[in-house]
Write a protein that binds this ligand. Structure first.
Ligand code: PRP
Ligand code: ADE
Length: 239
């Protein structure tokens, strides 16, 4: 099978990224196959990107989808867990992910760069800090209760498989800052909404949310009001 073809006609070598995967034409909006058959490319407009950047976006999305793993009944019965960790064991996929997240932020917000990147424990810590570095902006962690020293703001929340409490250090987010909240997955939306509340308690602004994956049948984005949401991949558990 031939390698993905960019709009400029050049071929992209993704074989080093995932030798076992089937390499598909990156110009397609959806892969012909994925490990579960359920993860699909998010249908956000890409028209303002150059042809070269559209090619990068298509290749990065495919690399992400090909590097997901699905674990039934984890962490509790009935949950089909999406394991994103293989992406970070694959330097080509990881670098491609970061490149494309920067592109999507630029596409959505133009020349306005977030003042701060807010990453959510734990998997928002995997790509939030390198993304913040790429944007030359500070990274602020939101952590589960009891992990950080000093004064913290706290909110309780409910997520797909339980309840939890989130904290941010009181002085970490400055009043008036434009915050981009980043996490690997939005499922029921409770986690991301809780992080949004912490930003608001800090008297800062939610500039938007960014997720690698949206489990769309759980409709989590409905908890995020009218804030801009960037999603790379949509996953439907019902398909
Ligand atoms: O949209 P929701 O239903 O709220 O769920 C989404 C959250 O669930 C997962 O985190 P988890 O709480 O499992 O934490 P972990 O990353 O520390 O494992 C995931 O990384 C998101 O943060
Ligand atoms: N199904 C799922 N897979 C991975 N992380 C999750 N967080 C919430 N739901 C999840």
């Amino acid at each position: 099978m031939s390698a993905p073809v960019l709009p400029d006609g050049n071929q992209v070598d993704t074989s080093a990224a995932n030798p076992a995967s089937t390499v598909l034409d990156a110009s397609r909006r959806q892969p012909a196959s994925s490990p579960s058959g359920a993860a699909e490319l998010a249908s956000q407009p890409i028209s303002s990107l150059s042809p070269e950047d559209q090619g990068k976006l298509a290749v990065a999305k495919k690399l992400v989808i090909d590097n997901l793993r699905y674990e039934p009944d984890f962490p509790i019965p009935g949950i089909k867990f999406i394991d994103i960790l293989p992406i970070f064991q694959n330097p080509v996929a990881f670098a491609s992910l970061l490149d494309v997240l920067v592109l999507l932020i630029q596409e959505r917000f133009g020349s306005q760069v977030p003042d701060v990147i807010i990453g959510l424990e734990a998997r928002g810590f995997l790509f939030g800090p390198p993304l913040a570095l790429r944007l030359n902006r500070p990274f602020v962690p939101v952590r589960k209760k009891g992990k950080m020293p000093g004064a913290c703001r706290t909110v309780e929340y409910t997520k797909e498989y339980g309840t939890d409490e989130f904290q941010v250090q009181t002085s970490a987010i400055k009043p008036g800052q434009q915050c981009l909240i980043v996490d690997d997955i939005i499922a029921t939306g409770g986690t991301a909404a809780a992080a949004g509340k912490l930003v608001e308690l800090s008297e800062a602004h939610i500039m938007g949310y960014l997720f690698m994956i949206d489990i769309i049948n759980l409709k989590g984005t409905s908890l995020l009001g009218d804030k801009p949401i960037i999603t790379l991949v949509e996953h439907n558990e019902e398909e």
